[in-house]
Design a protein around this ligand. Sequence first.
Ligand SMILES: Nc1ncnc2c1ncn2[C@@H]1O[C@H](COP(=O)(O)OP(=O)(O)OP(=O)(O)O)[C@@H](O)[C@H]1O
Ligand SMILES: [Mg+2]
Length: 233
Amino acid sequence: MAQLTVSEIDLHYGAAQALKKISIEARPNAITSVLGRNGVGKSSLLRAITGIQPISAGSISFDGTDLKKSAPYNRARAGIGYVPQGREIFPLLTVKENLQTGYAPLKAKDRNIPETIFELFPVLKSMLSRRGGDLSGGQQQQLAIGRALVTRPRLLVLDEPTEGIQPSIIKEIGRALQFLRDEMGMTILLVEQYLDFCRELSDHIYVMDRGEVMHSGPASDLDDPQVKRHLMV
Ligand SMILES: Nc1ncnc2c1ncn2[C@@H]1O[C@H](COP(=O)(O)OP(=O)(O)OP(=O)(O)O)[C@@H](O)[C@H]1O
Ligand SMILES: [Mg+2]
């Protein structure tokens, strides 16, 4: 079962502590969202889960296996797909080549681009030979999600997928995440600042403030003034 369990993790950058005893869970067939203002540690949490940034205390397990000794590459192989903040697509590679960078953790027989990606994001199919850098921000975000899907993740982790994206594409991304949850049974973990997107999509939310989880509950809790207080700028 593609269950993610983050248990009391700390993360430091030198002497500065970015995460303090963070515990969250994400389960299959569900969209779990972590909300928080700028700089509260959302990306740090995802970097800890993907193994890009080491943790200084606590544990992270996926599928019942402790990830402590697992490098980012092995976490990708284990089924953790990552869509980083700012998308990080390769501007000079074509759309097709960008998607093919997702082959790295796959066995030779699995090295193909699933048709589902083009069903979710038809624009990628029509732009396969265009350079990544020629795409709009929203199209690049769809490409970054597509690239993560090429790795056949069972857990998909997304860092602010709506940031700087036009509303029509945000809707498409929301529909894609619902499809991946409902039809593919995927475990989805999302960090966001866009409350309306999360209220509509999430099965469970966590609210972070200054490196700590301040609240855990259903998406409807986003209407609670006590919860909103942590999210006001
Ligand atoms: N590589 C780094 N070295 C030192 N400090 C860092 C580094 N990355 C992040 N930080 C600090 O850690 C804290 C948490 O940053 P993080 O990027 O995780 O926040 P965030 O919630 O993702 O913010 P945003 O909404 O702006 O993306 C901030 O105080 C930030 O300045
Ligand atoms: Mg961030």
